[in-house]
Write a protein that binds this ligand. Structure first.
Ligand SMILES: Cc1cc2nc3c(=O)[nH]c(=O)nc-3n(C[C@H](O)[C@H](O)[C@H](O)COP(=O)(O)OP(=O)(O)OC[C@H]3O[C@@H](n4cnc5c(N)ncnc54)[C@H](O)[C@@H]3O)c2cc1C
Length: 356
């Protein structure tokens, strides 16, 4: 049996972010690390986007920064500026390359495809494999996207569309999301917030083709990349114990109301590395509890009143940009929280607060 000082289970976003943070902070000069990851090879599989509310290690993997965004419903459009905290999109392909090239230079880092032959008793384990119970009540953010290239200049690449609710809602919550990388190239995603019990919602290709041709009015385009996924909008069942520290989605780094996870993972990695010597005695890095509390109420309303959600989101984004971005990025103060909460329809949120 081989043993290591540290083991990372799952070499995805959080496993590799943590290993990279350890490496660049010289934590693996005399200590060994095993990364256990089942995938055969790494290629671009996701586009991680977020408002850049703090610095991170992957600026060189950014596709693009946007200083403006829009959100719209059938009834209107809201333009927002976000120069202070630009919206960024990260190319996961570049991220994997950058991290793996760095890690492979260190002879104390070992890569495995399975657990067998490794002694888990002597190591500190960082686990990023989520445990998810089958429960029809759970809400998911599920989506599929095409990155398309048009023949002629079409997109205004200076402004991204965060949410376009002007589409079929099917008794659920549905919007399109468009990230224009250049005048000719954009990622267009169809996104649902639902319990995933209606199989028809997964009819993503038809939804995307229809939106691109009928709504965006683009007839000639090539699909150059496809992305599909689902993000749990509930806590996974992973439990930390003395020597197992859960990270990433498994470690509660997903913001429940939005699915944003990437920057939280970077903060968690930094926290772990800053406290590595004593990490098993530390409380663990958490998204502040007030967000869990507020998000749970928000999701109860979403589940009960899906038809009201386009207007609720739209109203929320009428708030000052800094307030809303700080709130969605877990950085808001009391006054910023209040500016968002006061935009919510009071009766249904109060009811949701007291309902089980
Ligand atoms: C398609 C997609 C797009 C997303 N876009 C955004 C976004 O725009 N912004 C944002 O903030 N968040 C986004 N997220 C949410 C979140 O940032 C990502 O899911 C992120 O990858 C989570 O990191 P993680 O390390 O927890 O999980 P992962 O990155 O999924 O890593 C887990 C790793 O464990 C491996 N694994 C699984 N089982 C085993 C096993 N038994 N043994 C060994 N290895 C195993 C998997 O192969 C994987 O590499 C997105 C999620 C998806 C799915």
């Amino acid at each position: 049996m081989k043993d290591f000082d540290y083991i990372i289970l799952g070499g995805g976003c959080s496993g590799l972010s943590l290993a990279y943070e350890m490496q660049i902070n010289d934590k693996l000069k005399t200590k060994s690390l095993a990364i256990i990851e089942t995938r055969d090879n790494y290629q671009r599989d996701k586009t991680w986007s977020f408002w850049r509310v703090h610095q991170h290690n992957f600026e060189d993997c950014v596709f693009k920064n946007w200083d403006h965004f829009t959100i719209n419903t059938k009834n209107g459009i809201e333009h927002k500026e976000c120069k202070l905290f630009p919206y960024q999109a990260i190319d996961s392909g570049k991220f994997y390359n950058k991290v793996l090239n760095k890690l492979k230079q260190n002879k104390n880092i070992f890569f495995f495809k399975e657990k067998s032959g490794i002694d888990f008793n002597k190591s500190i384990i960082f686990n990023s494999i989520p445990e998810i119970e089958n429960n029809e009540k759970n809400l998911w953010q599920h989506f599929s996207g095409y990155e398309i290239e048009t023949e002629k200049d079409f997109f205004d690449e200076s402004i991204m569309n965060l949410m376009d609710f002007d589409c079929d809602q099917r008794n659920s919550v549905h919007f399109f999301y468009t990230l224009p990388f250049t005048k000719k190239r954009a990622l267009v995603e169809t996104t649902w917030l639902s319990s995933m019990t209606d199989e028809k919602e997964a009819d993503y290709d038809a939804q995307l083709k229809n939106y691109i041709s009928k709504h965006l009015n683009i007839k000639n385009y090539k699909i150059i990349f496809k992305e599909q996924g689902k993000i749990p909008l509930f806590k996974t069942s992973n439990i930390n114990n003395k020597n197992i520290i859960n990270i990433g989605t498994a470690g509660g780094m997903t913001r429940l109301s939005t699915g944003y996870t990437f920057l939280n993972i970077q903060q968690q990695s930094r926290y772990i590395v800053n406290n590595l010597g004593d990490i098993t005695n530390k409380k663990g890095f958490k998204i502040p509890g007030k967000y869990d509390f507020l998000d749970q109420i928000f999701l109860k309303v979403l589940k009960k009143y899906p038809k009201k959600m386009p207007d609720i989101f739209f109203n929320m984004f009428k708030s000052n940009s800094k307030n809303i971005i700080n709130f969605l990025s877990n950085k808001s103060n009391f006054f910023e929280d209040m500016s968002i909460i006061l935009r919510m329809p009071k009766m249904i949120f109060l009811k949701a607060l007291f309902e089980k």
